[in-house]
Design a protein. Structure first.
Length: 214
């Protein structure tokens, strides 16, 4: 009984999904030199028909598909807050932290309209791209095939910081023709340790079953 109750705790991983209610937002000024912290949290936004759909499969935890498109305000498809063109200056940033051990691997998928830059612990993993077709037309963009696909082995243990800089490059004049937002899903699976501990738990269960079998 003790082993059975312990198994769910052993299956935990650090899941990183875009969702409503996340703190860590800041809004860039006109030059991009300063990003001013916001007291508000992320909001779920409307999904353009050409975007990657909500609830993509998490590359680190295939059983998770809870990520949705978000923004710093209702700037998504047919939303109430239009974000005009800002070119190569990011509109907002979202910072998220997670804990992991050295040697573990961050697995992450990222989409954005129009594009995004991704940083881990201050180091840029992917620069934004400023080509334009449907969003950027290449990673990182908004269509399903334009995802940023990351697999990064962590060199140190402790707290780590992800940052997403999100850009508005489209020139449309409303949120129907020119929405913007961010979608990401990822995790830091705990490698073979979970499987090893789960195997040990199952062996313990079998041992107890045999011991008390009538």
């Amino acid at each position: 009984m003790v082993c059975c109750l312990a198994v769910p705790a052993l299956l935990r991983a650090d899941i990183l999904d875009s969702r409503a209610g996340l703190s860590g937002l800041c809004l860039y000024d006109a030059t991009g030199a300063n990003c001013n912290a916001m007291a508000t949290t992320t909001v779920a936004i409307g999904v353009h028909p050409l975007w990657q759909a909500n609830h993509p499969v998490n590359p680190g935890v295939p059983g998770d598909s809870s990520a949705v498109w978000i923004s710093y305000e209702d700037s998504g498809y047919q939303g109430t807050q239009f974000q005009p063109y800002k070119g190569t200056v990011p509109v907002f940033a979202l910072t998220q932290t997670f804990d992991a051990s050295a040697g573990e691997t961050l697995k992450l998928h990222v989409w954005a309209d129009d594009t995004a830059g991704v940083f881990l612990d201050g180091t840029q993993l992917k620069a934004p791209v400023f080509t334009q077709s449907t969003c950027s037309g290449q990673p990182i963009g908004c269509r399903s095939q334009d995802l940023g696909n990351f697999s990064v082995q962590l060199a140190t243990s402790g707290s780590h910081t992800l940052r997403f800089d999100v850009y508005q490059v489209g020139t449309g004049g409303d949120t129907t023709s020119n929405p913007m937002g961010l979608l990401y899903t990822g995790a830091v699976p705990d490698g073979g340790m979970t499987l090893m501990l789960l195997g040990s738990a199952l062996v313990g269960i079998e041992t107890l079953r045999r011991k008390f079998r009538v």
